[in-house]
Every structure is written in C-alpha cells, then in structure tokens.
Design a protein around this ligand. Structure first.
Ligand code: KG4
Ligand code: ZN
Length: 339
C-alpha cells in the first residue's frame, strides 16, 4: 500500500485566499478560505485591493491551519500553489509564500494550473474516477472541454471563441442591476419559475462543433434588457433569469454530451464556479445517464475557488515527481497548461 503523504496547498488567484492540507489519497484534512467581501461595493474585483487583502489574510490562515490540525510544518511533504491563470498580483502572493516555505523547509514545490484544480476538485469526493474522462471547465473566465487521456495528459477539444459562460451570467445580472457575482443570483431567481419570457440565441448551435460562443448572446441580452423599463424588468426578473440561464446552459450540456457520445466517453467531470448552477447540474446528470455515461460535479463547497482542489491537482504531479524549481513565475494568461 502506498504511504500517505501530506500536501500543503495554497490558492490566491482571484479574490479568495485559501489554504488546505490534503493527503495524497485525496482526503481533505483541513480547508480554510477567507473571502474578500470588500470588493462587493465596487461591482467587480479590484486587482490591487485583492493582492493587498491576500497579503493580510494568508499568513493568518497559514498559522491557523497548523493550529486546528495539530500538525507541524515539518510533517508536510510538498507545497502546491496555483500559478495561472488569475490576477498576477494575487497569484504572486501565494507563489511567494509557497516558494518561501519550499526553500526554508526543503520541501518540493508543485505548481498547478487553477483550471486543472477545478477539474480535480471532483477527485476529492469521488475516488472511482479514472481516465479517460471528458472535463467541462466553466468559470468566470473559462469555458473549455478537455479530454484527459491520463491524469497528466490532455487535449483541449473545445473552447469559447469569445466570452465565458460565467462572464455571461455576471454581465446579465449587472444589466438587471442584481449584483455580483451574477451566476448564483440568476440561478436562485430562475428557480422561482418554470416559465421563460424570451428565446435568446444559442451560440454555435451545431452538433459537430465543440467550441462555444457567448458574445452574440451577451449582445442579445443587452439589447433585450435595454428595450424594457426598470419596472418591467423588476416585475419579470424570474422569467427573464430563467430564459437567460437556459441559453447559457444549453450549449454546455449539448456539446459535452455530443462529444462524449461521438467518442464513446463514459466519464464526464464538471468544474469551475458555474458547475454550481442548478440547471447545469440537473440537465447534464440527466443527459449523461441517457448515453450511459456518468457525470460528476464537485459539491458546492469545492466548486468555488479553494485550495483543496489545488492540492488535488497536485497529487498526480507529486506521484510523477513533476516538481518546479524556485525560479518559476506566475502568469495571468488564460488557458490550460500543465506546468
Ligand atoms: O471558478 P470561479 O469561482 O472563479 C473563476 O475562476 O472565475 O467562478 C466564478 C464564476 C462567476 O462568473 C459566477 O457568477 C459563477 O462562477 N457562478 C455561477 C454560480 N455560482 C457561481 N454561475 C451560475 N450559477 C451558479 N450557481
Ligand atoms: Zn476558479
């Protein structure tokens, strides 16, 4: 039997500062996250403020996690940290701390792509997942379909050509003056009704095309909302949210299922903030069952940004000794890359 090792994981790519200790058999020993509510009043995330808050929070969380687990830092076998994509100032806070611990404690450093973290969040709760699997990654900045041949080899088989699904939820909520982030608000409103009010267009709606497009939908939502009065929007907000949600979720489900069916993939993983969406969860589970496939979603606590998922994505790299040297840098660009 393989000996259980411990990974200290750090996530600071956006506005959540998160630290976890997880074992190499995907057991979360402790997960602590500090959410930066300070951005709410600006209607979006202020990068400069985010990095300052990470600096304030991270050392406190680090000290606290060793207190609550009764572990000593010497007992940790490796340090994992997300280094892309994200806000560069925020990523650098986590990476600097990770490098300092790695250097001073002489522990290996494992650098992780944040989006891979969202995919491997599923492994924290489902131990039966084995490659090959198809992953749908849906977050504020990403919409991708990724085929994993092994846990460390993958191909992007579909991606958005313009905007992301989460961004579309956020933009729609902003236009409706509902607040930020928009996804959970639209999700909640949409669940109040089964009625839609308008058929918004679905981008690249062809079965053999596995790319996504949300810019046309964003424009259509903007035009529709600007043609209505505020009173009308307020009165019809649940039906409007329902229609918007349907048009965002439909291509995610259709393309994932078509790809899985065409290539006979029986395991589908969903990850990223939008994986929390009720309609996406229910329809993909339903459609996957029809083609005899199994869809996995992380539970809500692991859908949003958290360090446990970074630790989970680091495990295959730990096992293959894919460590990073201390001169590695963080970078903000979008995209999936194993580094
Ligand atoms: O993965 P995440 O926490 O951060 C990024 O890496 O972007 O995803 C945030 C995105 C936001 O766009 C947010 O509106 C969306 O996830 N989101 C949702 C839901 N919860 C969060 N979208 C739809 N339905 C939800 N329940
Ligand atoms: Zn994320």
């Amino acid at each position: 039997m393989k000996q259980r090792k411990l990974i200290l994981a750090i996530e600071s790519s956006c506005d959540d500062t998160s630290i976890a200790i997880i074992s190499t058999n995907y057991e979360v020993i402790s997960l602590l996250t500090s959410t930066q509510i300070d951005h709410d009043k600006y209607g979006g995330i202020l990068p400069e403020l985010a990095s300052r808050l990470h600096i304030r929070n991270i050392l406190y969380l680090l000290e606290h996690i060793f207190n609550v687990t009764n572990l000593e830092i010497e007992q940790i076998d490796a340090i994992a940290v997300s280094i892309n994509p994200g806000l560069i100032g925020s990523l650098l806070v986590g990476l600097s701390i990770a490098k300092s611990i790695s250097w001073s404690m002489e522990k290996p450093l494992i650098t992780v792509n944040h989006m891979l973290g969202h995919i491997f969040a599923n492994h924290l709760e489902y131990q039966d997942i084995t490659p090959p699997f198809l992953a749908l990654v849906v977050s504020g900045g990403h919409t991708e379909l990724v085929l994993f041949e092994t846990n460390v080899n993958y191909t992007i088989v579909g991606k958005t050509l313009d905007d992301a699904a989460g961004e579309t939820f956020d933009k729609a909520a902003k236009l409706m003056h509902l607040g930020f982030p928009g996804g959970p608000i639209i999700d909640k409103l949409a669940s109040q009704t089964n009625d839609s009010i308008f058929d918004f267009p679905v981008g690249l709606n062809r079965k053999d095309n596995f790319n996504f497009s949300y810019s046309g939908l964003k424009t259509a939502i903007k035009q529709y909302i600007s043609s209505k009065s505020e009173t009308w929007i307020d009165k019809n907000k649940a039906r409007l949210a329902n229609s918007i949600q349907t048009s965002i979720v439909k291509p995610l489900v259709n393309k994932t299922i078509s790809y899985a069916k065409k290539h006979n993939i029986k395991t589908i993983l969903v990850g990223g903030g939008v994986a929390a969406n009720t309609l996406l969860r229910t329809s993909l589970l339903h459609e996957a069952a029809i083609i005899n496939a199994k869809a996995y979603f992380p539970s809500l606590k692991y859908c949003l940004d958290n360090a446990a998922m970074i630790g989970a994505a680091a495990i295959p790299k730990y096992e293959k000794k894919l460590f990073s040297s201390l001169d590695i840098n963080a970078f903000s660009d979008k995209g999936l890359r194993i580094i």
